[in-house]
Design a protein around this ligand. Sequence first.
Ligand SMILES: *Cc1c(COP(=O)(O)O)cnc(C)c1O
Length: 397
Amino acid sequence: MTDFSKTRDLFHLPEGMIYLDGNSLGPLPKSTAARVAQTVTEEWGAHLIGGWNDCNWMAAPKALGDRIGRLIGAEPGHTVIGDTLSIKVFQALAAAVTLNPDRRVILSDNGNFPSDLYMAQGLIRLLDRDYELRVVAPEEIEANISEEIAVTMITEVDYRTGRRHDMKALTQKAHDKGAIAVWDLAHSAGAFPVQLADCNADFAVGCTYKYLNAGPGAPAFIYVAPKHADTAEPALAGWLGHDAPFAFEQGYRPGQGIERMRVGTPPVIQMAALDAALTIWDQVDMQALRARSLALTDRFIAAVEASCPELTLATPRAHVMRGSQVSFHHPEGYAIMQALIARGVVGDFRAPDILRFGFTPLYTSDADVDMAAKILAEILDQRLWDTPEYKTRKAVT
Ligand SMILES: *Cc1c(COP(=O)(O)O)cnc(C)c1O
């Protein structure tokens, strides 16, 4: 059982800040700087090219993948890291459509993150056949899974509202109708236990800089179910996904299983930061994490609803439908969030009107939740957000 009162001390959190944005960029683990420095000076500096063998750099993407695999219920040996999430979405989708060659519709929902939809649009342009990306409302996904659908491409937790889809039921329905299920776990990995194998998911992808705390630009991960591992065709046929990269053959032959989803040189320094972050996650009991996460989100919802009548809850109340974030609608959401950040409560804003708060049991306490709700109420009661300074949009919201 993880003691969440102790895990907070594993992170560097600036004095006086209540950080509720770990769903966007996780904080710095205290061990990361030394771990990265070790890779830079002792590995790269001392071993140079030898680091690929001596320091296991070449094998690291799969080893790190398996440590993420435990958090997402993947079978060992079926998850690998590399590239960014957008690239991994493209790879998973491209492999999935070729596994279902007689169908032409990719189904997603309008709660999906734009990059996932853009990647599907880009893939469709390349395929140069009559493919269609069909985007429906999240609550209509289930009814739209029909025998026309080649692939469902669904992000489990909506980045704006925190609404969570029923992965098991939707995957089952996809399979009943002969479709392949691709899941994006961007707001799931490290947010709650995911059961990919148990849900029979075909492909899954996610990032490591949000709940997993591996730092800005940290590599993404991809999972391919064992039944597809040796048949999925890699559209991004890079040399490190080749069966024998150092044979330098002229023709591409996909590597064994998940190795084929590698593309090029892995980000060695960023992998060191991921290693440090996963050293924390290796010890976390995911069921206990979920229980704490729900307690924190329930507490925040209750406190804000009691003291901020102007805000409308955007996140489902039902636990099964909730990720690890809480969002509220307010027409002045951007300015309110800027005022909150100025008071040391860091969440973020998502257009058009969403105030978003991520809850992360590893470093967020009940006292943080209570203080954040209290400051939010003060800002609303006294209209502290209502100044030009807080209304000017920055490049990154
Ligand atoms: C955060 C997020 C992304 C970001 O993709 P990057 O390539 O890492 O920038 C993509 N999809 C979803 C669903 C996300 O939440």
